[in-house]
Design a protein around this ligand. Structure first.
Ligand code: SAJ
Length: 468
């Protein structure tokens, strides 16, 4: 879907003419204030479950809808079904289910007769082409399911991360066509993009500032009164488009900040300086915040949102956003290059199937979340290298790799590659590494081990941005 500038403008202009009918406004105001509004959450994942549980905890009746029967079954049994340590989530789900305040189903008709429905389905990318395209099928299906059950007097809130213009070009047309109602007049429409962080779901949901973008000011005001029941952070009113641009833009910005650090690291490698020392010096003046160079950028947000950010552009050609993505996507390959340099320096015979211990499989330290992990890209780069390698992966959090300790993984290894800054790896002592390994190459993708201590122990150390 590639909107023309004029099409988008006309929709934006139209939305100015949309004034919420007084009786709809009054009814929603009353039901939100008295917590009698019946809530529905479509999409029960990392974002949807905490959202549903927090409103249920505050006394709202919440109905969850998801297409995954196992997840629905777990939830109705009072179990938190997602991976990873989420402080407070298992207890909260158990409590609100036991209090009969939160019930989930795979039957879309449970959405009938509700007052407010949240759309929290994921908005993945179709990576079969480059640049990756938006894949809106989940969102379209959710809008169709809701549109067929939408009644006058309701409010629809999207929390999913959306490419700018998606509300006006996809969500509004589907909801209106399916319901025969007018968005912003017969029902309120809001985009309040999620701002969660795996491992801190409840904390972030409660304390982060939220952007509350309504199709009209009345919709924003109603949503702010609703979120005020669960959010202690600031609730900033704006319109649909600003909310969509903000969410995707804040992550595109972070991607670019990290990309600068990754380029600076490679510049330091060639000049022969220590990136971490340069970073500290640059950050010693105000208004600088050089991020951490590393083995790559993974996760469910940062690698994806920059593409959503520019996904509906037609005229403007972004140079910065794709370039930042290319820099960050290159880092796992750079790790392969550092490994090749280290093996060469150590005189390792590549025809003898060297053993490589890879420490860290998740995308983020102290997490088991492997979505879009740089380690996957690194292993792919090793495969493309075409050298027979004996690869051992270890990760204390990821189910598939947690059965080994890091000590067992590095035993008899010719090289150790650190991909993630897990707290367990911060304790690695170079002397112990040297004793356990067959070889002496250490490739440090997250500045976990001290370079000089490695060299004093007779190891060849190469870190991102720290190779001389
Ligand atoms: N990374 C670096 N260098 C850095 C920071 C991160 O290489 O200086 C890498 C990480 O190792 C990871 C990836 O980037 O592989 C993403 O890290 P992240 O800290 O951005 O964590 P995420 O992906 O969970 O980002 C989320 C985002 N939150 C939402 O989208 C709601 C992001 O906007 C937040 O800034 C981030 O959490 C956070 O730290 O709160």
């Amino acid at each position: 879907m590639t909107p023309t500038q004029s099409q988008a403008m006309s929709l934006a202009t139209q939305s100015k003419a949309r004034v919420l009918s007084p009786q709809v406004k009054k009814q929603l105001e009353e039901r939100i204030r008295t917590k009698t509004a019946r809530l529905g959450v479509v999409g029960l994942g990392y974002v949807g479950i905490p959202l549903a549980a927090r409103f249920a905890e505050e006394g709202f009746q919440v109905t969850g809808f998801d297409i995954n029967p196992e997840k629905v079954e777990s939830l109705n049994a009072g179990q938190y079904p997602m991976q990873g340590e989420e402080p407070g989530m298992p207890e909260l789900v158990a409590q609100v289910v036991q209090d009969k305040k939160f019930y989930s189903s795979t039957d879309p008709d449970v959405l009938k007769g509700l007052d407010i429905i949240f759309i929290v389905v994921d908005t993945p990318l179709d990576k079969s082409s480059y640049p990756p395209k938006l894949s809106l099928i989940n969102l379209e299906k959710a809008c169709q399911t809701i549109g067929e059950r939408l009644k006058s007097g309701m409010m629809v809130v999207t929390e999913s991360t959306l490419a700018p213009l998606t509300n006006e070009l996809l969500i509004v047309p589907i909801l209106e066509e399916k319901s025969n109602l007018t968005a912003g007049v017969d029902f309120a429409l809001v985009h309040c993009p999620e701002r969660v962080m795996p491992g801190l779901l409840l904390e972030r949901l409660t304390n982060m500032t939220r952007i509350v973008g309504g199709i009209n000011p009345e919709s924003s005001e109603l949503a702010i009164s609703l979120y005020a029941h669960i959010v202690h952070g600031e609730l900033k009113p704006t319109n649909l488009l600003v909310a969509e641009i903000t969410k995707t833009g804040e992550n595109a910005y972070r991607d670019m900040e990290i990309a600068f650090a990754n380029e600076l690291a490679q510049i330091c490698e060639e000049y022969g300086a220590n990136f971490w020392e340069v970073r500290e010096c640059i950050n010693s003046i105000p208004l600088r915040n050089v991020h951490k160079a590393g083995a790559g950028v993974g996760g469910h947000c940062i690698p994806k949102d920059p593409w959503l950010f520019i996904g509906h552009l037609n005229q403007f050609h972004s140079q910065l956003i794709p370039a930042a993505r290319a820099v960050n996507d290159y880092m796992p390959v750079h790790m392969k290059e550092l490994l090749a340099d280290g093996l060469r320096e150590a005189g390792v015979d590549l025809s003898m199937k060297p053993r490589i211990a890879v420490l860290g499989s998740s995308y983020l330290e102290n997490s088991d979340d492997t979505r879009d992990t740089p380690t996957q890209a690194f292993l792919e780069a090793l495969r493309k290298w075409g050298i027979y390698l004996d690869i051992v992966v270890q990760d204390p959090y990821v189910q598939e790799y947690k059965h080994k300790t890091w000590q067992e993984a590095v035993r008899k290894a010719d090289a150790v590659v650190i991909m993630v800054a897990h707290r367990q790896y911060q304790e690695i002592k170079p002397d112990e590494l040297k004793r356990l390994m067959r070889g002496k190459v250490v490739i440090d993708g997250r500045n976990v081990i001290d370079k000089q201590a490695c060299r004093n122990a007779g190891l060849i150390y190469k870190g991102v941005g720290n190779t001389v």
